[in-house]
Every structure is written in C-alpha cells, then in structure tokens.
Design a protein around this ligand. Structure first.
Ligand SMILES: NC(=O)c1ccc[n+]([C@@H]2O[C@H](COP(=O)([O-])OP(=O)(O)OC[C@H]3O[C@@H](n4cnc5c(N)ncnc54)[C@H](OP(=O)(O)O)[C@@H]3O)[C@@H](O)[C@H]2O)c1
Length: 411
C-alpha cells in the first residue's frame, strides 16, 4: 500500500513544548512510512497550548489524543474527557499517572479506549511495555532502577571528578540536564512518581505517589562518595518496588552498589530498570531517560501501538498492604574525636541493636577522625535507633550520615 492509499488516523495534540514540538516533527517525518506499514497514516488534526486551539474541537476531530501538557490541572480533566469519549489516550505525564492512575484506568476500561504511557517512566526505555505486555506471564518479584537522569548525572559527576553536590548540580544545569528549579528531581519525588507507576503495573496493586517514601541526594557529600569508593561502592538514586511477605515495599533512596550490580555501570543521564522474576532471573533495560526527541519517540511508539488492535489495558487493581520498615544493609559515616575507644563504643551501640559491621575505613583528620562503615542487612528501625544513640555520644562531631547499600552482585 502507498502512503496516499492509507486512511488517516487523526491525532489531537495537547501541549507543544519540548516533547510536543519534537513529537509533531517526528510524526511528520515518520507518517508516510507508518501509513505504508500499517495502512493508516497518522496526522495531527489540532494542537492545544495556552494560547492556541480548543480542546472541544480537537476532541471532536481525533481518534487519539496525545497529552503532553504535564501536571494534573487541566491534564486530568482533558485525559478523562478524552477516554470517556472513547478516544485512545497517550501521555508522558508521570504526575498524572502516579496520582490519578486508577481513575484513568477505570475510564479507559469503561469506554474500551486504550491508555498508553510509555514515556512517563524512563523516557525512551520501553519498561512499561515490557512489564505490562512482554512479562505479563511472569510473576514479578522486584523492579528497581535508576529512573531519574538528572540525579544520575550529578552523582556520576561527583564520583568522576570529586566535585561537590552544588558544583555538580550547576554543571548539570549549564548542560541542560537539570532544570532551573531542580527540586522534584533532587528530592527524589520525580523518581517516586515513576516507581508508583511501575509498582502498579508490576504488582497489579494501586500505588499512589503519596504512599511512596522518598529521599533525595541533596545531603550527599563528596566525602561520602570518596570513602565509599575505597570500600568498592558507587552511589545511585535507586527506585525500588518489591513484594515482601508483609506486603509491597516501594521506596526511593540513594544507595551504594557494588561494581557487579547491573545498575552500578549506568552513568550520566542514562536511566535503567532491572526487573526480577523467578521465570526470567533478571532483565535490565537502559537508555536515555529524557530529552525531547527521545521522549517523542516513545510517545509515537505508543500512538502506533494504539493504531494496531488488539488493545491492552491493565486489569483492575486489588489493594495490598504497603510496608516501610524493611531490612537493608547500610553505610554509616561518623565524624568523631580521634581518641582511643571511640570505634569500640560505636560498635557496642550497633551491637546492642543487633547491627553487625561488615567493613570499616577509619581516617584521622587533625584532632578528629572519620569512620565510614558498611553494615550487614538489618531492619531499618533498629539501625536508625542505633544511629540516634551514636549521634548523642559526646565525641561525635557532626550528625552521622546514613545511606543504604544494595548488596546483590549479578554475575
Ligand atoms: N522534557 C522531557 O525530557 C520529558 C521526558 C519525559 C517525560 N516528559 C513529560 O512530558 C510532558 C511534557 O513535558 P515538556 O517538557 O514538553 O513540557 P513543556 O516544554 O513545559 O511544554 C508544556 C506544553 O503544554 C502547554 N500547556 C501548559 N499548560 C497548559 C494549559 N493549561 N492548557 C493548554 N496547554 C498548556 C504549554 O503551552 P505554551 O506553549 O502555551 O506554554 C506547552 O506547549 C510532561 O508530562 C513531562 O513530565 C518530559
């Protein structure tokens, strides 16, 4: 079939910024080839921004609506009205999906329209499709990954050059890897939204952004990274979603990884997600996590998938308990007066709480000393209780710093 014979597939575009503009450009480049391949040629029938277009008019004329506005207001209203009207919806909006996913899935289920959102998590890395479709036959035990490119860029720069957090953030902003206001990225909130979406898909349970505890990287110092290097560790902002006997655990936190972990080698602004299931052992997907063209490519992939039946909508979710106090290995960094017996006292407090030390680095700095230690896995509440007591010892010079360590090595 020639592209002229292909019938039109009408796409309404909401938002024409970084991703929306790149999407329109990519679609015009690829439309003929798609028309030849699948017999329908996608074409944009209307564009909505703050200053042009009418949503009602676009809805009326579209087979599918692409939402690239961001945020939840007015994106939620437009998304629900599109699905209710039976229009397929493609969105790159993690806030929308992590806060109103159930409402949207229900609307899609009612009208039979497809809801696709590959670009909402890890940019062009096809993790939504792999979890929702390719691995639909596997019982997924855990999904963990690096789902924020800004923080990975900053941490990689700190590790490679010894730069401070502030200097690495400024470099990221100058190179366009961090926004002028980086709060959502560096606090871990952006990653938390993405993990809520992945947990929903992997475990079939509703997980709202508000239920995902997150920690960011603003407190990480060049020291933490330098000491950890000596212990063979590298630091990443990890999103983790896993099944545990007590329920689901979904968290975002900075964590040290040993070199053999598949996520340890993911550097710069790249994203990567590891999916674990007994049936498949583990799969790691990685690639660019953002960028207008890259994200637009994932959006167009969703549009083409929606053009080809059969449709896929996730099955209804059933609630499962969410747990927050779970076992982990930890790194502890304490600045202390350099005098005999200090390490023994710290070790005693840890021991009384059932925390056992795996490795220690101790360095003198003038009259003080620094202790950097890695613990064996322990329930977080016990470890935090010990750290609270250590922080109150008279020879401790500053608030102890704690970072999780992911112990697994994949060989
Ligand atoms: N940028 C990335 O690399 C990336 C990566 C992955 C996912 N995403 C997601 O993609 C979505 C779009 O991001 P972006 O970077 O393209 O955003 P952006 O550059 O800020 O563009 C937003 C667009 O939405 C329009 N808009 C905002 N409020 C509106 C309203 N009330 N009514 C109508 N239009 C409105 C804006 O209109 P004006 O043109 O009039 O301002 C602009 O065209 C977000 O959900 C984001 O999280 C982005």
């Amino acid at each position: 079939m020639t592209s002229k014979e292909a019938s039109p597939f009408r796409v309404g575009l909401l938002g024409h910024g970084t991703v929306g503009g790149a999407f329109e450009h990519l679609l015009s480049e690829r439309a003929d080839a798609i028309g030849r391949e699948i017999g329908r040629r996608p074409e944009i029938v209307g564009v909505l921004t703050r200053s042009r277009g009418s949503f009602e008019d676009i809805l009326e004329r579209s087979d599918l609506v692409v939402e690239l506005i961001g945020g939840t207001d007015p994106a939620l209203d437009y998304a629900l009205r599109s699905l209710d009207a039976g229009r397929h919806l493609v969105s790159a909006n993690k806030q929308l999906l992590s806060q109103h996913g159930e409402q949207l899935f229900e609307a899609a289920g009612r009208s039979g329209a497809q809801l696709r959102f590959e670009a909402a998590v890890a940019g062009v890395v096809p993790v939504i499709r792999v979890i929702g479709e390719s691995l639909a036959g596997a019982h997924i035990e855990r999904v963990h990954g690096i789902v924020n490119g800004t923080t990975n860029f900053i941490l990689t720069a700190m590790e490679r050059t010894g730069a401070s957090y502030g200097d690495a953030l400024r470099e990221a902003q100058e190179l366009g890897f961090a926004e002028a206001d980086p709060t959502e990225d560096v606090t871990g909130k952006d990653a938390a939204a993405k993990m809520a979406i992945l947990a929903r898909l992997a475990f079939g349970a509703p997980v709202h952004l508000d239920e995902v505890p997150y920690e960011g990287i603003e407190g990480i110092t060049a020291d933490d990274i330098a000491y950890a290097k000596e212990l063979g560790l590298s630091l990443k902002l990890i999103g983790s979603a896993e099944r545990r006997p007590e329920g689901l655990s979904v968290h975002v936190y900075p964590a040290f990884l040993y070199a053999g972990h598949p996520l340890a080698a993911v550097n710069g602004s790249f994203n990567a997600v590891t999916i674990e299931s007994p049936a498949i052992t583990e799969i790691t997907l990685s690639g660019p996590g953002a960028g207008g063209t890259q994200t637009a490519s994932a959006v167009l992939g969703d549009v083409v998938s929606a053009m080809i039946p059969p449709s896929f909508n996730p099955p209804p979710a059933s609630p499962q308990p969410l747990v927050t106090d779970v076992e982990s290995a930890f790194y502890l960094h304490v600045e202390v007066a350099d005098r005999p017996g200090v390490l023994a006292q710290v070790a005693e407090i840890l021991g009384l709480q059932g925390v056992s030390i795996k490795s220690v680095v101790q360095k003198g700095i003038g009259e003080d000393a620094r202790l950097a230690m890695v613990m064996h896995p322990v329930l977080e509440s016990r470890f935090r209780a010990a750290v609270g007591l250590i922080g109150r010892l008279d020879f401790v010079r500053s608030t102890p710093r704690v970072i999780r360590v992911i112990e697994e090595v994949f060989e």
